[in-house]
Design a protein around this ligand. Structure first.
Ligand code: GCB
Length: 641
């Protein structure tokens, strides 16, 4: 009963959500200012039996330190592993964050002309936000940003001090994404009264907290709310089709300049919807497919409007890559050329910070991807930070963009409430990442129980909806179901299959891999005649553990598994296999269990990003694959706007 009250609140709230407007990443410009609220926030976990003390006592009404003890909590970071308290590490329920911030006078005076917006990059999972004690918004789901216009509250207040309170609930229910369930242990001879656990059916630690930057930014009151671009090219003409959404006034004028990297204007426009023609376009190419990968143009949109008799201007600049994506019966084409995914699956995961964004880690990971010769990754099993996606666009790292549809193993996960929420999540994901050239395919789920009959309608609907909101990209989900009983596979454009031969099946029997993998590919191809990506394969190894002949968990066994898989990939990639993504880039934290030794050890790098033997095997292979297409070795750099 205890936690259920909080959960009821959680479920009531989600019905009110409706998607409106854009979610442009906040960027400074001549008309926009930005204030990052990263750093130390005040924090308290509500350990009351019902987890509802914060609401009963209205902790948001006055500074958090006045309603009880607080601790310092960094943002962005997961809260789980920052203290020595095991109860906080495994905490489920509401936690409270608070930051007091001084706003510049100019933001407060100009009520008519300036909007002040509060934006949260991601928070896990259900958020309620107050500013100066007034509730301003709520949002369901982690991994994706949300924002709210707080002008009226801060501009109406007497001082420049602005108190932001965020209550977060990390509880997962059968209807959340990812789903989970709360299990109450009622046998009082074994568990204390009120004891419950959070169960999940996914294989990563359920870190929670404010995981990505929180920002305040300004726009004029008449502002560029959203920009959508799609691109195409033929011969020596590139086409950038665009649509600009303006909010605040119906009477305005626009001026659009598409600039190349060096700043030269290559095309101009003046309408809210139009097409910009680029002669001799520099196409956006994947890393290792071209000597100049990740080429970006910059679309500068300038809006002018009359506000209160005065001229108001808003400027927003969007990076744009010109490229096409097509899927045929056997190939994945980028700019009309076959693309072979040789990459990784990742996690947002590291010591201490959990899933919190960390620039040093991000740069290290991209350097390792370059070193490895990886041209792609899947955002297993949820959308990654926009800051990471920006680098994929700039470096030419190709992305399969996955939503948090992971651990959907029970029939209750396929009901109408789950479906409605799944559609909203896909809308939020597409809204956020639709303009990214690096994103070449959407993945709506990982290893759902797609053999259950409700999965047919469910995936038909989610995939059709995703295609309706973005007709330019293929859609998939990642399956580990039997090819003959997978009810979702008929609707995908590319078959993505996970398998762990000689690991979860026929443990220790390396000799069966080739036969079983060959059969897997043949079965799926015969059933669907669609190109196939091996979206996961691998084995656990404990760094430094050796055994010859290879035994499970040794580095030798890890490399042996990979090599067996590779020999089959090499035969099938000439045919219809269009990619191989290793599970996993790095070791990562999971729930505790007898099959996990301080987490999942299938990383080719350790959690601290040191290479295991498998990393060198993969590095040789990926560079061999890259060299087959005569690639050059560019150095990847990021061009700041
Ligand atoms: C899978 C899952 C992934 C797991 C992995 C494993 O199939 O998609 O989330 O971590 O297997 O190592 O078991």
């Amino acid at each position: 009963m205890a936690l259920c009250c909080s959960l009821c609140l959680l479920l009531l709230c989600c019905q009110a959500l409706a998607l409106g407007g854009g979610m442009l990443y906040p960027r400074e410009s001549a008309s926009r200012e930005l204030k990052e609220l990263n750093g130390i926030w005040s924090f308290r976990a509500d350990f009351s039996p019902q987890r509802d003390k914060g609401f009963v006592q209205q902790w948001y009404r006055k500074p958090l330190r006045r309603s009880g003890p607080v601790i310092d909590m960094p943002v962005p970071a997961s809260f789980n592993e920052l203290t020595q308290d095991p109860n906080l590490r495994r905490y489920t329920g509401w936690v409270w964050y608070e930051k007091e911030v001084l706003l510049p006078r100019s933001w407060l005076l100009s009520a008519l002309s300036t909007r002040v917006v509060l934006r949260v990059g991601s928070a896990h999972y259900y958020s309620i936000v107050w500013v100066n004690g007034v509730q301003v918004t709520e949002h369901e789901g982690g991994h994706l940003p949300f924002e709210v216009d707080i002008s009226r509250i801060v501009q109406g207040s007497s001082g420049a001090l602005c108190r932001i309170t965020i209550a977060l609930n990390n509880t997962l229910t059968p209807q959340t994404l990812p789903p989970g369930s709360i299990q109450f242990m009622r046998d009082e001879s074994k568990y204390p009264r009120g004891y419950f656990v959070q169960n999940t059916k996914f294989d990563f630690f359920n870190y929670a907290g404010i995981h990505r930057p929180v920002m305040l930014y300004t726009t004029p009151s008449v502002y560029i709310d959203d920009i959508t671009v799609t691109t195409d090219w033929a011969g020596n003409i590139g086409m950038v089709r665009y649509q600009v959404l303006v909010t605040g006034n119906t009477s305005y004028s626009l001026s659009l300049n598409l600039r190349e990297k060096e700043g030269k204007v290559v095309a101009t426009g003046a309408r809210p919807i139009g097409a910009l023609k680029v002669v001799e376009p520099k196409l956006w190419w994947p890393y290792l497919m071209h000597e100049n990968p990740g080429y970006l143009y910059y679309l500068e949109v300038k809006l002018s409007a009359q506000v209160g008799g005065e001229l108001s201007e808003d400027v927003y600049t969007l990076p744009v890559g010109i490229r096409t994506v097509h899927v045929t019966g056997r190939q994945f084409l980028i700019n009309g050329k076959p693309f072979y995914f040789h990459g990784v699956n990742k996690h947002e995961d590291a010591d201490i910070r959990g899933k919190g964004l960390d620039w040093s880690l991000i740069v290290k990971d991209f350097n390792l991807l370059q070193w490895l010769g990886a041209n792609s990754f899947r955002t297993s099993h949820y959308p990654y930070a926009e800051e990471i996606m920006d680098l994929c666009d700039a470096y030419g790292i190709v992305v399969i963009d996955e939503c948090p549809g992971v651990g959907m193993r029970d029939p209750e996960n396929f009901g109408n409430t789950s479906l409605a929420h799944h559609l909203v999540v896909m809308e939020e994901l597409v809204r956020r990442d639709k303009n990214r050239p690096s994103v070449v395919m959407w993945s709506v789920a990982n290893e759902p129980a797609s053999e259950l009959s409700p999965a047919a309608y469910y995936f038909k609907t989610v995939i059709a909806h995703t295609k309706a909101i973005d007709p330019t990209r293929p859609v998939t989900f990642v399956s580990n179901a039997n090819y003959a009983h997978d009810h979702g596979a008929p609707y995908v454009d590319v078959i993505c299959v996970n398998s762990y031969f000689s690991w979860y099946h026929d443990a220790g029997h390396l000799e069966v891999i080739q036969l079983q993998l060959n059969t897997q590919f043949e079965n799926w191809y015969k059933a669907y005649q669609k190109p196939i990506i091996q979206s996961e394969y691998g084995a656990d190894s404990i760094a430094g553990l050796h055994n010859d002949p290879p035994l499970m968990f040794s580095e030798e066994y890890h490399t042996a598994v990979l090599k067996e898989y590779h020999s089959v990939f090499d035969k099938k990639r000439k045919d219809y296999v269009i990619g191989e993504l290793i599970w996993n880039f790095a070791d990562f934290m999971t729930d505790q269990g007898t099959g996990r030794v301080l987490g999942n050890k299938k990383g080719i790098f350790t959690r601290q990003r040191q290479p295991k033997a498998a990393a060198f095997v993969l590095r040789d292979r990926y560079w061999k694959l890259a060299n087959e297409s005569n690639c050059l070795r560019p150095t990847l750099t990021y061009h700041n706007l």
